[in-house]
Design a protein around this ligand. Structure first.
Ligand SMILES: [Zn+2]
Ligand SMILES: [Zn+2]
Ligand SMILES: [Zn+2]
Length: 323
């Protein structure tokens, strides 16, 4: 054993190298040159990615002040903290403190990435991981991307040269591993766009699981070709889709119903603002009928959407009830 290796065995892992060590493990499990990661690799990659996120976010909070990583600062003291006798702040609260107390900039997209990761980890702990390899890879790439930026911007500039040297090799491996994962994701998407997704642009939406524009809404299998998850229940797909991409409604935005009953199939599957590959902006797409419903009007009397046959301004229900 070399001297440095034997020394390292005795070092108590401080937060930054500890977080980087988790990330290195994630890369070793996911960024293969060839072949696919095993189910066990996926499981530990997700767990360790989440652990890395927690450790690294808290490392920055700790730099500001140790009390910031404690859930309730009013019921603790330095002695308890040093003894490890405290509950640490939740992930969401840590992110809030980084933004509102420390003053860092974390974009909504990055917050979404972190919440998605935490959700995947929770799912894994309670139900086991059912997601496909590609969905996990895509999510892992986004989370890794954020954590490397976070390290570069907010953590590495503040550590001394010796500590930097100690993590340099791991960081190199993590960066090149991330590039491999991203290029795998990109080349797979390019292939799909030119082959199986071709001709389905009007009904291809972003998959709530892997977040790629690769889910073809056909009302039957609703299959994402990237991850490749199947959504047999259009109701579940519609509500998941509605919730997946809207964690942060703009403050003061009036609440607007964007998932409504479809007048054709009478099911709560008409997503009024679906974004498709066709690139026409947000279109009303029924996930059950699998068709774009852009010829609907709002009933003047009850507000329900209906398809006018003549130039009537109320829906047929209201027409009947008026006699
Ligand atoms: Zn997918
Ligand atoms: Zn419908
Ligand atoms: Zn009506």
């Amino acid at each position: 054993m070399t001297e440095s290796a034997s020394q390292r065995r005795h070092i108590h892992f401080p937060p930054i190298p500890n977080g980087i060590d988790y990330l290195r493990d994630v890369i070793d499990r996911l960024a293969y040159e060839s072949g696919q990661p095993s189910e066990r690799d996926l499981k530990y990659a997700v767990l360790h990615l989440q652990a890395a996120a927690e450790v690294l976010l808290k490392a920055r909070l700790h730099e500001e002040h140790w009390s910031l990583i404690i859930a309730k600062a009013d019921s603790t003291n330095r002695k308890k903290f040093e003894a490890g006798d405290f509950d640490s702040a939740s992930n969401a609260e840590s992110i809030r403190r980084l933004v509102h107390v420390v003053g860092l900039e974390i974009s909504d997209e990055d917050k979404t990435t972190l919440f998605d990761l935490a959700k995947t980890r929770n799912k894994l702990q309670h139900w086991g991981l059912t997601e496909e390899v590609n969905a996990v890879l895509k999510r892992a790439a986004k989370a890794l991307d954020f954590l490397i930026r976070f390290l570069d911007q907010y953590l590495l500039p503040n550590i001394d040269a010796e500590a930097k040297e100690a993590v340099a090799d791991d960081l190199d491996e993590i960066r090149s591993g991330l590039t491999r994962i991203k290029s795998y994701v990109n080349s797979r998407m390019n292939r799909l766009r030119k082959s199986d997704l071709k001709g389905h642009e009007e009904a291809t939406i972003r998959c709530p699981d892997c977040q790629q524009f690769a889910l073809i809404v056909d009302g039957a299998t609703n299959r994402c070709l990237f991850c490749p998850r199947i959504w047999e229940d259009p109701l579940e797909l519609a509500s998941t889709y509605e919730n997946a991409f809207d964690y942060f409604p703009a403050p003061g935005d009036p609440y607007e119903e964007t998932l409504v009953d479809c007048p054709d199939c009478d099911t709560l599957t008409l997503v009024l603002e679906a974004e498709t590959v066709a690139g026409k902006g947000a279109v009303p797409l029924c996930f059950n009928c699998a068709s774009v419903q852009d010829d609907l009007e709002g009933c003047m009397r009850c507000g329900k959407l209906y398809r006018p046959t003549d130039e009537e301004v109320i829906c047929s229900d209201c027409f009947v009830s008026l006699g």
